[in-house]
Design a protein around this ligand. Structure first.
Ligand code: AMP
Ligand code: FES
Ligand code: ZN
Ligand code: ZN
Length: 325
C-alpha cells in the first residue's frame, strides 16, 4: 500500500475515506481535518484561549497536541477522580498527562483533586450517596461536568474542548435514537453555544474514528493511558460501539455516514429545529451559581455535606499549575 500523496510506503489505510497515507502525510491530514472541523462549526476563534479537558487517554492528549500544533493557546484541565481500582487508574492517567506537559514546553495544566477539594474520591462519594447501582459513573459524570464548567468560568476560558471522537458521538446518537430521546437529539451537536458565564463546549474530533486518533497519538509519540476506566466495563455505550463496529466491518464508512447525515439533516433540513425545551424554570444555584432546575441548590452542591461547602470560597480553587519545562 502506497501513500496517495507521495507514493512512499503507507502506514495507514482508511477504507472509509478510500485513503492511504505515509506517516508525515497522515499527521498533516489529521491536523488539517481538525482545522476544517473547527472552522466549519465555528468552534474556536484565533484569539481565544481554549481549555482542553484531558483524561490521559489518546483522544484528549492528541487533541491538546493538535491544538498546540495549529497555534492555539491551549491549556489543559485535569480532574483527579481518585479511582485506584484496576492498576491505579487515576494515578497512571495523571502520570501520562504530566509527561505530556513536560514534553511540551510552555504548556499549562490546571488540576483539581476531588478528594483534596471536597473530602472524598469519586468512588467514596458514590458509595455514600448510593447512586448508580454500585457504579460511580453517573456521580462521576455530574462532578466532571460541574467542575469543567466551574474551572473554565473561574479562570476565564471562553471555550472548553473535549476529546470525544466519532465512535463516542455515533454511540450516543444510536442510544438516543433507540430510545427516541428527543431533547438529547435536539441538543447533540459538535458545538454547544456558551451561556451567561459558561464556556462554549466544542468537540473538534467528532469526525475522527477512534482508530484515527489512536494512530495520530502513536505516530506523534504521545504516550497515553491505554486502559479504560475500570468502571466502564459493561457500560451501554461500549455495547453500542461494538454493534456499530460490526456494521462498519460489513460496510466501511457506515458509522461516519450515520453521524454526518444526522448533522446534515439538522443543518439543511432543520431536523429538530422547532423542538422547544419543555419550559423548566432554570435559576442560579444558590451556592455555586450554575443553572439548575432544582429549587435551591444544584445536584452537584446537594452531593456534599454542609460543612464541606461552608468553607471559604477560595478553598474550592486549589488549582495546581504545572508548567512545561
Ligand atoms: P469519557 O467520558 O471518559 O469518554 O471522556 C470524554 C472526554 O471528557 C475526554 O476526551 C476528555 O476530554 C474529558 N475527560 C474525561 N475524563 C476527564 C478528567 N478526569 N479530567 C478532565 N477531562 C476529562
Ligand atoms: Fe468516571 Fe469511570 S467512573 S471515568
Ligand atoms: Zn506521503
Ligand atoms: Zn451548585
Amino acid at each position: 500500500m502506497r501513500c496517495r500523496k507521495c507514493r512512499q510506503k503507507a502506514v495507514i489505510n482508511m477504507r472509509q475515506h478510500r485513503l492511504a497515507l505515509c506517516r508525515d502525510h497522515y499527521v498533516e491530514w489529521f491536523q488539517q481535518q481538525t482545522a476544517r472541523t473547527i472552522k466549519k462549526y465555528k468552534m474556536i476563534r484565533r484569539d481565544e484561549p481554549v481549555l482542553v479537558a484531558v483524561s490521559g487517554g489518546k483522544d484528549s492528549l492528541a487533541l491538546w497536541d493538535v491544538l498546540l500544533e495549529l497555534g492555539y493557546r491551549a491549556d489543559g484541565f485535569y480532574l483527579r477522580l481518585g479511582i485506584d481500582e484496576g492498576i491505579g487508574y487515576s494515578d497512571e492517567s495523571y502520570a501520562k498527562i504530566k509527561q505530556f506537559v513536560a514534553q511540551h514546553p510552555g504548556t499549562r495544566l490546571h488540576v483539581v483533586d476531588v478528594k483534596e477539594t471536597y473530602g472524598e474520591t469519586i468512588p467514596e462519594v458514590a458509595r455514600r450517596v448510593r447512586r448508580g447501582r454500585g457504579k460511580p459513573c453517573s456521580v462521576c459524570g455530574l462532578i466532571k461536568r460541574h467542575e469543567m464548567n466551574r474551572v473554565a468560568y473561574e479562570l476565564g476560558y471562553p471555550v472548553l474542548a473535549t476529546g470525544h471522537n466519532l465512535d463516542d458521538e455515533a454511540a450516543v446518537l444510536f442510544s438516543n435514537t433507540l430510545n427516541w430521546q428527543v431533547g438529547y437529539l435536539a441538543r447533540q451537536y459538535p458545538v454547544l453555544p456558551g451561556r451567561e458565564g459558561f464556556a462554549r463546549k466544542v468537540k473538534p474530533f467528532c469526525r475522527f474514528y477512534e482508530r484515527e486518533t489512536a494512530a495520530y497519538a502513536l505516530l506523534r509519540g504521545i504516550d497515553y493511558m491505554y486502559e479504560e476506566c475500570p468502571f466502564s466495563v459493561g457500560a451501554n455505550t461500549i455495547y453500542y460501539k461494538e454493534l456499530l463496529n460490526t456494521l462498519e466491518r460489513e460496510r466501511p464508512g457506515a458509522k461516519l455516514h450515520f453521524y454526518l447525515s444526522f448533522l446534515r439533516a439538522k443543518e439543511k433540513e432543520g431536523l429538530f429545529a422547532d423542538w422547544e425545551e419543555p419550559s423548566v424554570e432554570l435559576h442560579a444555584c444558590e451556592r455555586c451559581g450554575q443553572p439548575t432546575s432544582a429549587p435551591g441548590r444544584c445536584a452537584f452542591c446537594r452531593l456534599w455535606p454542609e460543612d464541606v461547602l461552608e468553607q471559604p470560597h477560595e478553598s474550592f480553587v486549589p488549582l495546581t499549575l504545572v508548567e512545561g519545562a
